[in-house]
Write a protein that binds this ligand. Structure first.
Ligand code: HSE
Length: 358
């Protein structure tokens, strides 16, 4: 089997970047068996440092270095200290993995990073909800104009594939409603509060586990779930929603009493994201709701997420899986890379077939 090498530039080397590097280091045999060699050629992170070697970097060494608190610039390599901009503009790579922090108001700096990469004809893979919730159409147009791939699976439910599933499997099933638990941090906090932990203790655990956003206000005030609602609506239900179209309430007003009261009534509280389209239009919301313990979503614990798609043909289909975490979100990038690899392999074999026919 012909092996295709995928050279990556990682813009950001926090939780998700390190999760991705761990998978690349640990699963190279499985990827090669599929015809893929995945190589990190460049990393640029404002805190962890920057390094670029056109011939590839050792993923394990990158991890060991940052995990010992040493910056990447101190390693020996042809180039160090490059900014994100310079890395995207000059590094010899095929794919930019954009992992800068999430800004749900402007999408920056990730939006500019992605546009710069796509204009160069580089593929972009991101788990960053900001630019995708705000400017997906514009970015996709740019990708098509430049013959590049834009893949965003990790923006919703980390390594569990609700977008691919919706876009490929459910494409003709007629999705009329999507609802679910879309934020791992808040579900984890609520689960721990039901077990008797305090809100602040549970929030601290989510930060230690790498579930929470850099600014956890995005999670607990429902912005993160609202961004996912927008992404699901726009990609899977052909809507053009904006963040402000989502009627949003987070979990910050939820008290231990609310949770205890729900428990007494054989109910639980969940932060639910929902999009429903009808002849009257599309209604999108995120809010904490009390649901009976007999409801399928009541059993979704911790950082697990779940989405129920209501469709014309299949009725309800539910996808349950991991919704946050270093390795889990790192895996979403691998899944996107596999999708790009399959396209390359397919067009390469099409080319061969065409040449043979000629
Ligand atoms: N902070 C997010 C969550 C990470 O808790 O779900 C994954 O999007």
């Amino acid at each position: 089997m012909k092996i295709i090498t995928h050279k990556l530039a990682l813009i950001g080397f926090g939780n998700v970047g390190q999760g991705l590097a761990t998978i690349i280091a640990d699963k190279s045999a499985q990827l090669e068996a599929f015809g893929m060699k995945v190589q990190i050629a460049a990393v640029s992170d404002p805190i962890k440092g920057s390094i670029y070697n056109p011939n590839g970097l050792d993923a394990e060494l990158l991890l060991k270095t940052v995990q010992s608190g040493i910056t990447l610039d101190t390693l020996t390599a042809p180039y160090t200290g490059w900014s994100a901009k310079r890395t995207i503009e000059e590094a010899d790579v095929d794919t930019v993995v954009e992992l800068a922090y999430t800004d749900l108001k402007t999408g920056e700096p990730a939006l500019t990073h992605m546009e710069t990469a796509l204009r160069r004809g580089l593929n972009v893979i991101t788990t960053n909800k900001g630019p995708i919730a705000l400017h997906y159409d514009r970015l996709m147009k740019l990708a098509k104009e430049n013959n590049a791939h834009l893949r965003v699976e990790g923006t919703v439910m980390s390594g569990t594939p609700p977008l691919l599933f919706g876009l490929e499997h459910l494409v003709a099933a007629g999705i009329t409603k999507i609802e679910g638990i879309l934020n791992g941090t808040t579900n984890y906090i609520i689960t721990r509060m039901m077990e008797g932990k305090s809100y602040s203790e549970a929030l601290r655990e989510t930060q230690e586990l790498g579930y929470a956003e850099a600014d956890p206000a995005g999670d607990v005030e429902g912005y993160d779930a609202a961004a996912k609602v927008v992404i699901l609506a726009n990609l899977l239900m052909k809507q053009s929603l904006k963040m402000e179209d989502v009627d949003r309430e987070g979990i910050t007003k939820l008290t231990p009493e609310d949770i205890a009261n729900a428990k007494e009534d054989n109910e639980c509280v969940k932060l639910i994201g929902r999009i429903e389209s009808s002849s009257e239009g599309c209604k999108a919301e995120v809010r904490p709701l009390r649901i009976p313990l007999s409801h399928p979503l009541s059993s979704i614990q911790g950082a697990t997420n779940a989405i129920t798609y209501t469709t014309d043909i299949l009725g309800e289909v539910t996808l349950i899986g991991t919704g946050a975490g270093r390795m889990e979100t790192g895996y979403a990038i691998i899944a996107d890379l596999i999708a790009i690899h399959k396209e390359h392999a397919r067009s390469a074999s099409g080319q061969v077939e065409k040449e043979v026919r000629l």
